[in-house]
Design a binder for this molecule. Structure first.
Ligand code: ZN
Length: 255
């Protein structure tokens, strides 16, 4: 059994630009409100916000394996220890969390072996092929065959809302993502980048079966009422939380 979720911005206590369920400390919101929002959200799934493990997300492709000794790292302000964009665990009842507002979160579990992995991919992580890196790592270190992995992609910014400059487009172009399915010239000299399409293709190329891949078609920028969007809100905004844990028991960890 696995417990997993991705939040919206609804149902929290933060105010103004962070209204209302902001779950990130580093964006300028009140720490007390963020704690309360995390408590509310995780309690809904029978998890304690003080147990989560999160990293300092740096838009890279580093992976870190965490265990019971890391429990609570990142739960309170300034307590995250790992600088990376993907966390892996084989421990039951240890909630991995990541935070986003336009970037994509990628959830991995295996039908073969108890493991959970959660990655954060904006354009840099996507260009660095963080999904493929995780798939290879899970296969090499845990014997988890890609065909047996279940993968989910969170809501993220859609191609119509996500514009990148020429320089960024050139990087995707030279990495082979030049088809209009991934990168399309826009009227204002920028390019539309389809983060979801690139990530999906990377996962499939690396052995994830289409029927084991689920994704949301909701755009974080188009849906102002539901989501924070870093691009749309010009940087002053909150973050959604994604969490993933191997359950201790059906229905989650009761506390
Ligand atoms: Zn959109």
């Amino acid at each position: 059994m696995v417990d997993h979720a991705f939040s919206t911005r609804l149902g929290g206590c933060s105010k103004g630009a962070f209204s209302s369920l902001n779950t990130a400390y580093h964006v300028g919101d009140s720490e007390e409100n963020v704690i309360e929002n995390r408590r509310l959200f995780l309690r809904y799934f029978n998890y304690d916000y003080r147990d989560v493990v999160s990293s300092v997300q740096v838009h890279g492709t580093e992976l870190v394996v965490v265990g019971q000794g890391n429990r609570g790292e990142g739960a309170l302000p300034g307590s995250a220890r790992q600088k990376c964009d993907a966390l892996i665990t084989t421990e039951k009842g240890l909630p991995l969390t990541a935070y986003s507002a336009d970037c994509m979160l990628i959830y991995f579990v295996s039908k073969q072996t108890p493991l959970a992995a959660l990655a954060h991919a904006g354009w840099r992580g996507t260009l660095g092929n963080i999904g493929a890196k995780l798939i290879c790592y899970l296969r090499d270190y845990y014997g988890a065959e890609p065909e047996q992995l279940l993968v989910a992609l969170s809501p993220a910014i859609c191609r119509n809302c996500y514009r990148v400059d020429k320089k960024t487009a050139a990087l995707f172009n030279s990495a082979g993502w030049y088809s209009y399915a991934y990168l399309e010239p826009a009227a204002d000299d920028s390019f539309k980048l389809d983060l979801a399409a690139v990530n999906k293709e990377q996962l499939i190329i690396n052995g994830i079966k289409k029927e084991n891949l689920s994704f949301s078609s909701l755009c974080t920028s188009c849906n102002r009422e539901l989501f924070y969007s870093y691009r749309r809100d010009r940087g002053i905004t909150g973050r959604m939380i994604g969490f993933l844990a191997l359950s201790n028991q059906p229905g989650g960890r009761l506390n």
